[in-house]
Design a binder for this molecule. Structure first.
Ligand code: PMV
Length: 329
């Protein structure tokens, strides 16, 4: 049997995806733009086994329960249909990213799974086809197939909702610091949180319109050299996304007291002249966007003020196959 191992890096949205237009095909309500991070990734090995009677899923050395395995099976069903095979698979993943704490482990997880599973099944997908396949596992995973900076086009059907790299001015030299304020699993998954927002938040239509426009504005801004313009758009996109959850019914928030304290700290550092902007996802952690020139100073000041692990990230690489080997059943 052929065991294929792929590695994919997480990404953090500069302009957020929040809300689906079609939850079966995972079409988003708006386009989004992200930076792939070099420091956080998932490695996943997939082996299709004609003798297996079900899919199996081991995460970080622990055999996963029925519910977690079902999510993998649903995704593998798409791969099986494409490859015209009925074989079940063994899936083994190692996460080099704090799972489900708003650091986008689902993005790297489904991107690595899409690449490993499609390769193991004998499919030879293009980069763009891979982004569409990864999207079916988790929307943000579509953006983790490519390294650097990426736009995921909202699209209107399976073929048009894909991700691709965007050009970035090399003088920008962006860095992202991940501040892990809380490593526990988030209470409301992004899937559930965005579904509740779409269904009940009167702010949602305004969000989707603004985020679509912001995605295109961000692609333009990344070709320029105005860091402050990019940073302001990044922080605003995050706050607009979180505003939609506050207006949901019932209202909810991913913010913890430390989230707001860190946001305030970033704004104070900026007021003192440092190029820093914050972004937050479906969890309490804060990611801080800055430049390579300022990153050491920013890291020092965050570390002095917060009792939290901080990881400095540069733009990361494309998802890639790292091993293919014949193994015994
Ligand atoms: O595709 P998911 O379920 O990982 O949703 C991602 C949602 C956010 O992280 C909050 C925003 C984004 O664009 O990554």
């Amino acid at each position: 049997m052929l065991a294929v191992t792929a590695r994919a890096h997480t990404n953090i949205a500069l302009i957020k995806y929040w809300g689906k237009a079609d939850s079966e095909l995972m079409l988003p309500a708006n386009s989004s733009v992200s930076m792939t991070l070099d420091q956080f990734y998932t490695e996943t090995t997939v082996t299709f086994d004609a003798d297996a009677t079900a899919d199996s899923f081991v995460l970080d050395g622990v055999r996963q329960d029925f519910l977690a395995t079902t999510k993998i099976t649903r995704f593998l069903d798409i791969v099986r249909a494409l490859a015209n095979t009925a074989s079940f698979a063994h899936v083994e993943s190692v996460n080099h990213v704090p799972t489900a704490a708003g650091l986008a482990s689902s993005a790297s997880a489904f991107a690595a799974l899409a690449l490993a599973a499609s390769t193991a099944a004998g499919l030879n997908l293009t980069q763009q086809e891979l982004t569409r396949l990864a999207r079916r596992g988790s929307g943000s995973a579509s953006r983790s197939i490519n390294g650097g900076f990426v736009i995921w086009h909202r699209g209107h059907d399976d073929a048009s909702s894909f991700a691709e790299p965007v050009q970035v001015n090399p003088n920008l030299n962006l860095r992202m610091l991940a501040v892990v304020l809380d490593h526990r699993q988030k209470r409301v998954s992004s899937r559930q949180g965005m579904a509740e927002t779409v269904a009940t938040s009167p702010y949602f239509p305004a969000w989707a319109d603004a985020a679509e426009a912001a995605s295109h504005a961000m692609v333009r801004a990344l070709t320029g050299s105005d860091f402050a313009e990019i940073g302001a758009m990044v922080e605003r996109s995050a706050l607009m996304m979180h505003a939609t959850t506050l207006a949901a019914n019932p209202p909810f928030t991913y913010f913890q007291p430390e989230t707001l304290a860190t946001l305030q700290l970033v704004q104070d550092m900026r007021a003192k002249g440092l190029p820093v902007y914050a972004t937050m996802d479906a969890g309490p952690n804060v990611k801080v966007l800055t430049t390579a020139d300022a990153v050491l100073q920013v890291q020092d000041q965050l570390a002095a003020a917060l009792n939290a692990p901080i990881t400095v990230c540069a733009p990361g690489p494309d998802a890639q196959i790292i091993k293919e080997e014949e193994v015994d059943a």
